[in-house]
Design a protein around this ligand. Structure first.
Ligand SMILES: C=CC1=C(C)c2cc3[nH]c(cc4nc(cc5[nH]c(cc1n2)c(C)c5CCC(=O)O)C(CCC(=O)O)=C4C)c(C)c3C=C
Ligand SMILES: [Fe+2]
Length: 424
């Protein structure tokens, strides 16, 4: 996380009054320093860009950006299919174009690979933009690279509660864009879509959001559209087994092909929330569905958000006179735990979405569930199998689209993402 992010705020503040360094940083980054004077103290001529626009994430690195990067307030998930006649050569050229553009975009620079820059992000800083690329199962057949297809990309099993739309699922290539500014995010989306031509075209696209940084008095875990604090018990980079759980080893042990070194597998699910039904429940009933308090995310057994859940704690039920578990057996946060799933764990990094209201007036809204793991068979799959069988939350959600993608390690300077696969 920290190794990817440098704060331009810090860069600009240490540049001090020299002007030269500030100007150099500003022009190298391709964003303008505010030039309009103001008499109300809100920012005068030459005021530095010191808000969240200045945050920059590095494109080159061991892992691709957008995995351990703090989740941004705006996200675009896009799948592309290679065009008829496009094979390995065209795919390699596309990944090269995309990687060059991603590096420019993440540095806040204009992109000119598909004609002049659109100017959509002009005046803005990089705003913590990240661009992440992945390969779907179908990519390998299209490019004659079947032998390089990881076993971990085998299609996910069917789950009994699935209502999947095939047209909005899977795809040859996957791109995740995240930024803390909607114009910066759309600028990247448009640039990458233009650069895809004529090799590939959009198969599906989903737009998501999270809370804006600075919207709360202190940094907090974000809330989802059911109003719950969501993300509390994610694996932390400081955990001893974090890398082992989330990333393919730097020297794959034979389970994964070499080109997946330092990569990860991402499962993407568009999960609609049945909000009209959910909002009929009392707060207490909603809390029992999850097993945590809505107000502060603490387990129902007490404490604060980070207090360990007491799975065996009981309370005497006034009506039946029996001792009942405080956290019900089918509570979502109980049954999704690693210790209830043979150690299976994943890094959840979702965006909320809202695509308007349907003919019945119900919101088409929910979670673009994005989770990362070294192996989906030791992450998403066993947990979703368990949830599919008996999650109290199931009555209030519907899985509508699904994707599984292999996300290779980060590109070194001068390299493009996937080069070891496409030129190996
Ligand atoms: C298969 C994996 C999971 C799906 C699909 C999923 C959907 C989903 N989850 C919420 C809300 C919450 N989930 C919480 C915890 C949690 N969820 C999963 C997995 C899936 N969730 C895991 C592994 C965990 C962590 C369990 C643990 O170790 O404690 C929580 C509690 C707070 C937290 O830890 O984040 C909430 C709230 C929704 C709304 C949803 C689908 C729309
Ligand atoms: Fe969950």
């Amino acid at each position: 996380m920290a190794d990817h992010t440098i704060s331009r705020r810090r860069l600009l503040s240490t540049a001090g009054a020299t002007g030269l360094a500030l100007g150099a940083a500003g022009s190298a980054a391709g964003y303008a320093v505010a030039s309009s004077g103001s008499s109300d103290g809100s920012g005068g001529a030459g005021a530095a860009l010191t808000t969240l626009g200045a945050d920059e994430v590095m494109f080159h690195g061991k892992h691709q950006p957008g995995i351990t990067t703090p989740v941004q307030s705006r996200g675009h998930l896009v799948a592309f299919d290679l065009a008829a006649g496009s094979g390995r050569k065209e795919a390699a050229a596309l990944l090269r174009r995309w990687s060059t553009a991603a590096g420019q975009l993440m540095a806040g620079k204009p992109v000119d690979g598909a004609g002049p820059d659109t100017d959509i992000a002009r005046d803005a800083g990089p705003s913590a933009l990240t661009v992440t690329f992945g390969f779907g199962h179908s990519f390998f057949g299209r490019t004659g690279l079947e032998k390089q297809r990881p076993a971990a990309l085998d299609p996910l099993p069917d789950f009994s509660s699935d209502h999947l739309d095939k047209a909005r699922s899977n795809g040859d290539l996957w791109v995740q864009i995240g930024a803390n500014d909607p114009l910066v995010a759309f600028h990247a989306l448009r640039a990458l879509q233009r650069l895809a031509r004529p090799a590939a075209k959009v198969r599906w696209q989903m737009n998501g959001f999270n809370r804006s940084p600075g919207a709360t008095a202190r940094p907090m875990t974000t809330r989802n559209l059911m109003g719950q604090i969501d993300g509390t018990n994610n694996p932390q980079p400081s955990d001893d087994d974090f890398n082992q759980r989330i990333f393919v080893p730097g020297r794959p042990d034979g389970t994964d092909p070499l080109w997946m070194a330092d990569g990860s597998y991402v499962v993407v699910r568009r999960i609609r929330m049945l909000l009209d039904d959910w909002e009929e429940l009392s707060t207490r009933a909603q809390e029992e569905v999850i097993g945590r308090r809505k107000s502060d995310g603490a387990p129902l057994t007490g404490g604060t958000e980070t207090t360990e859940m007491e799975l065996e704690k009981t309370v005497r039920d006034g009506r039946s006179g029996r001792d009942e578990l405080v956290v019900p057996l089918n509570a979502h946060a109980r049954i999704s735990r690693p210790d209830q799933n043979g150690g299976a764990a994943m890094l959840r990094r979702p965006f909320s979405y809202h695509d308007g209201f349907d003919a019945k007036g119900e919101p088409d809204a929910g979670l673009l569930f994005v989770c990362w793991q070294a192996n989906p068979l030791q992450g998403f799959v066993p947990v979703q199998r368990k949830l599919d069988r008996g999650d109290a939350l199931s009555a209030f959600i519907r899985h509508e689209a699904s994707g599984l993608f292999a996300v290779p390690g980060g590109a070194a300077a001068g390299e493009y993402v996937g080069q070891r696969l496409l030129e190996g």
